[in-house]
Design a protein around this ligand. Structure first.
Ligand SMILES: Nc1nc2c(ncn2[C@@H]2O[C@H](COP(=O)(O)OP(=O)(O)OP(=O)(O)O)[C@@H](O)[C@H]2O)c(=O)[nH]1
Ligand SMILES: [Mg+2]
Length: 592
């Protein structure tokens, strides 16, 4: 795939570029003639910058048209490391022929942390000339040193590895990395005493967790008590001034608001504070963008992001586009987020169609499953409750489980044996307070699996003192997904570190309960039995006597897998069977 805007470029040219992907440059060279001349030839033809990215095995891993912005490089952004250089080299052409690095080149080198960056131009007799940029540690400050211009031969004799290694080890020392890329945030909330489930203190605490999960550092917080959220100033004009001073005193570059903001609120705050403003929704979307793994999950997040952006294009202002990175700018797969209204409408339409066709595929899988009669059990619960940990334990698989919010975004379903009976277990996205409505809608197609579940395991984090409120919220979401009448087991997880007051709080929950620690593997056997009992009914053990002539019946008991013992007597076989009420009608025949 060629990155960037390729509209209007002839197919033959695109093919030439495409050809470069996976091309391996000889080990002892930085660049070879084939690559350089191909890039120059294409540049001449289209009069635009053309660029390639080369990995540490000297293979061309990406090709693009246009500038270097990380966001246009789906495959590259994944490789950007939190520390150190990313092990990649990038070269691009300058259509004007001058190989001198531009300030944009230098800033993308610093942003993306390539091992080195090179600009390819030409001299007066059309021979290639190449300049290199390498990050240098100048007494703690990162600067770009420029080398060249080189001919291809001279370039390949240039010893750069020591320069690169020295800056790489410097970058790995944490303090400097932090000052380079840290997003320092002030968290802002309004205490409206409204019907929100979590009180303001817990809600702000959750916002702090979300901020960490998104990769920024919460520095301080500011809460305004107010009857209603201010339509223009969110926290009110006076408080905004207080916030401005707080930002200055702490050298922060980000404000994260605890509610979803309107376009006007975003714009007013940004204009007034001149830092990036992120609201709770876009923070969650950002985390979702980072965590979506399956193609359907990615499409759903992208759709939700576009729907979020559409009414806010005015508000998502200068600072966001100026910063060109960090929270609020990431798309799933690091696709550049659109800013043009018409394109967004088009994209939304395309995405909705794609998701619909995936839904059809799932529908077919579902009907196959129904034919096979395998019961489906789904894990639901607040984010971080331990659903994936339990999923892994029950199915002995390895789904990402992390002490981060929204580690799981895509519903994962696995077949597993629960006490000798096959079941399908689904792990799902965690819920959270003020989960944006559009987001639930976007995830409906993944979550609609819940409606088809035979039973839900509502996993609860017993170590969280707010677990009752979390239960309440999960039940509200289940209700909105039309799942509240499902059979539910309340699985109180993390009993190895249950919060104070757990017993009295948990006793207020009515229903089938199970106490476990998925991490310490406590109570899991009992849970398996409970699942079995709730799905298949109580297990009954009986002895029946079947006459010898009814061999067909005997073999059908074996087929059901319920025979424990057989004793042969004169007038028949005494068979000890273990069965659940769902097959009662089949074993009725010889029960006295
Ligand atoms: N102490 C303790 N920690 C647990 C237990 N079960 C899970 N955890 C931890 O809780 C954190 C969250 O676990 P996950 O399984 O990722 O939670 P989840 O519900 O899947 O979270 P999302 O996918 O984000 O919704 C991880 O750090 C787990 O190790 C437990 O029984 N006891
Ligand atoms: Mg999970």
């Amino acid at each position: 795939m060629i990155n960037g805007n390729i509209d209007g470029i002839k197919k033959t040219i695109l093919d030439t570029l495409e050809n470069l992907i996976d091309y391996r440059i000889p080990k002892d060279k930085i660049l070879d003639e084939f690559v350089v001349y191909t890039l120059l030839e294409v540049t001449d033809a289209i009069n635009k910058e053309v660029l390639i990215v080369i990995d540490n095995s000297n293979t061309v891993v990406a090709v693009g048209v246009g500038d270097h912005k990380a966001a246009t490089f789906p495959d590259i952004s994944k490789r950007i490391k939190k520390r150190g250089l990313n092990g990649l080299m990038s070269f691009h052409t300058h259509p004007n022929g001058n190989p001198k690095l531009s300030s944009a080149d230098m800033s993308s080198l610093l942003d993306i942390k390539f091992n080195l960056i090179g600009a390819i131009g030409k001299n007066s007799i059309k021979e290639p000339l190449i300049n290199l940029g390498i990050i240098n540690n100048d007494e703690g400050n990162l600067v770009v040193n420029e080398y060249g211009p080189f001919s291809i031969n001279k370039l390949n004799q240039f010893h750069y590895s020591e320069l690169v290694e020295s800056v790489d080890s410097f970058l790995r020392s944490k303090i400097h990395v932090d000052t380079l890329e840290e997003e320092k945030a002030i968290l802002v909330g309004v205490n409206t005493k409204s019907e929100s489930i979590l009180d303001i203190e817990n809600s702000m605490e959750e916002l702090r967790e979300l901020t960490y999960t998104a990769g920024a550092t919460p520095i301080d917080k500011l809460v305004q008590n107010k009857e209603r959220i201010d339509n223009n100033f969110y926290i009110g004009k006076g408080k905004l001034e207080e916030l401005r001073i707080m930002i200055q005193n702490n050298s922060c570059n980000l404000v994260i608001c605890n509610d979803e903001l309107t376009s006007i609120q975003l714009k007013v705050m940004e204009t007034y504070l001149n830092v990036k403003i992120i609201d709770r929704t876009s923070l969650i979307l950002d985390i979702f963008a980072k965590h979506a793994k399956t193609s359907e999950g990615k499409l759903q997040v992208e759709l939700a992001q576009l729907k979020y952006r559409l009414p806010r294009l005015l508000g998502l202002g200068k600072v966001l586009s100026r910063t060109g990175g960090g929270i609020g700018t990431r798309g799933p797969g690091e696709k550049k987020l659109e800013t043009d209204r018409r394109t967004i409408y088009k994209e939304i339409h395309i995405l909705e169609n794609k998701i619909k066709s995936m839904k059809n595929v799932r529908q077919q899988q579902k009907s196959r499953r129904i034919k096979n009669h395998i019961p489906v059990v789904s894990l639901v619960g607040y984010t971080n409750a331990g659903k994936s940990t339990l999923f892994n334990l029950l199915t002995a698989s390895n789904v990402l489980s992390e002490n981060k919010l929204f580690a799981t975004l895509d519903a994962t379903t696995r077949k597993f044996k629960n006490l000798d009976r096959e079941l399908l277990l689904s792990d799902t996205v965690g819920f959270i307070d003020k989960l944006p409505h559009d987001l639930i809608k976007s995830f409906e197609s993944t979550l609609e699996g819940l409606v088809d579940s035979d039973m839900l395991l509502h996993v609860i984090d017993s170590s969280n003192k707010n677990f009752l409120k979390q239960i309440q919220l999960v039940e509200e979401v289940l209700h909105s997904l039309k799942c509240s009448d499902k059979k539910i087991i309340y699985v109180f997880n993390k009993i190895d570190k249950m919060c104070d007051d757990f017993d009295s709080q948990a006793s207020t929950i009515r229903g089938i309960k199970s106490m476990i620690s998925a991490k310490q593997e406590i109570g899991v056997q009992e849970l398996s039995k409970l699942i079995h009992k709730e799905i298949f009914g109580e297990t009954i053990i009986r002895e029946i006597k079947v006459p010898y002539f009814d061999t067909k019946y005997i073999s059908s008991l074996h087929d059901l897998g319920i025979v424990l013992e057989e004793k042969y007597e004169e007038d028949g076989i005494i068979i000890k069977i273990q069965y659940t009420s769902e097959v009662e009608y089949l074993v009725q025949r010889y029960i006295q």
